[in-house]
Ligand binder design. Structure first.
Ligand SMILES: NC(=O)c1ccc[n+]([C@@H]2O[C@H](COP(=O)([O-])OP(=O)(O)OC[C@H]3O[C@@H](n4cnc5c(N)ncnc54)[C@H](OP(=O)(O)O)[C@@H]3O)[C@@H](O)[C@H]2O)c1
Length: 313
């Protein structure tokens, strides 16, 4: 089996050897390359994936790339379009591991041309890209809390959301207006910025959790599986026009946020946004708006339904 292309990582790093990292959507694209690079640095990686067959093939690719990682790379089932699966995954992780040091909320989709809902009744891309990661993060706080790394939460967002100026809290599920996929995707990814900022503020004021840091990253415009299943011709044309780069380069900012010395030094309550080259960028205005963050949090708590009571922050 051919190995994966690894990155050069020319920045000061915290020793991640033996640390436990969860990567959602780790079987393809950015998540797969992130897994391989963290495995190369000695981390234990839990690949959180919805398709176990694809995930096991991806795990074998990681092992072919980093031969001594066989006993450190795990596949566990996680389907972000189903809150029960998120709960089962989190419960299982907390039984198997005492501590999780880094959570990388990476999985994402472009969304469908016509509105589709999950078993939980939410628009499928909004639940995948935001709501289920919101729930997962909250459920895993007890194991993240125990990390002495100290723990980091990395949310993979997208620069595609930067031109947007407003997060429409009154229609997060796109019930009133369902846009085309090129408008839908940035709208769901805008939530990643507001969520990270609000999470950071809430962690900072919780004495037992204030050591956990947060950041948002953008992988840049890279060639992965994103959107290909929805409209391959359009995605290919956009990539050619926009000069998309090879997929493996998309992992750089996630790996940087997971293990660079600098990313771990953010003062309490401050979160950072790293672009594709891991350069700190100006925060999106929605992230600075505390009222937007508070409302997104409360609405997300409501939309995770019967699991809302487990969101205690
Ligand atoms: N590619 C880019 O240019 C770009 C730019 C900016 C931001 N991003 C962001 O980068 C992240 C990774 O995307 P990518 O480009 O690597 O795309 P990708 O190659 O399509 O990978 C997405 C991953 O998410 C998984 N996933 C999708 N729905 C899921 C669900 N319901 N439950 C669990 N896992 C699920 C996929 O699993 P399956 O294989 O089973 O579908 C896959 O492993 C996303 O958050 C995306 O928004 C990408």
């Amino acid at each position: 089996m051919p190995g994966l292309e690894l990155l050069k990582l020319p920045f000061p790093k915290v020793d991640i050897l033996g640390r436990v990292v969860i990567v959602t959507g780790a079987n393809n694209g950015v998540g797969l390359y992130t897994t391989a690079n963290l495995a190369q640095l000695g981390a234990t990686v839990i690949m959180a994936c919805r398709n176990l067959k694809k995930a096991e093939e991806a795990r074998q690719q990681v092992i072919a790339t980093v031969p001594d990682s066989t006993s450190r790379i795990f596949v566990r089932h996680l389907d972000l379009s189903d809150f029960s699966s998120v709960k089962t995954f989190a419960t299982g992780v907390m039984k198997e591991w005492d501590t999780v040091d880094v959570l990388i909320n990476n999985a994402g989709i472009v969304g469908q041309k016509t509105r589709e809902t999950t078993v939980d009744g939410n628009e499928v891309s909004f639940q995948t890209n935001h709501l289920s990661h919101f729930l997962l993060t909250n459920l895993l706080l007890p194991v993240l809390q125990r990390s002495t790394y100290p723990a980091r939460i990395v949310n993979v967002a997208s620069m595609a959301a930067y031109p947007l100026t407003k997060l429409n809290i009154d229609d997060l599920n796109f019930e009133k207006h369902y846009p085309d996929i090129f408008e839908l995707y940035p709208k769901t990814k805008l939530s990643n910025y507001a969520f990270t900022a609000e999470l950071s503020r809430r962690l900072a004021t919780s004495p037992s959790l204030s050591h956990i840091s947060t950041s948002t990253v953008c992988p840049g415009f890279v060639i992965t599986g994103l959107g290909v299943n929805v409209d391959e011709a359009a995605i290919t044309a956009i990539r050619e026009k926009g000069g998309a780069r090879p997929g493996h380069e998309g992992a750089f900012s996630s790996v940087y946020a997971a293990c660079s010395v600098e990313a771990g030094e953010a003062p309490k309550g401050e979160w950072r946004f790293y672009d594709t080259y891991a350069v700190k960028q100006e925060l999106h205005p929605v992230a600075k708006d505390e009222e937007v963050g508070r409302r997104l949090w409360e609405e997300s708590r409501r939309l995770v339904g019967r699991f809302g009571g487990e969101v205690t922050l």
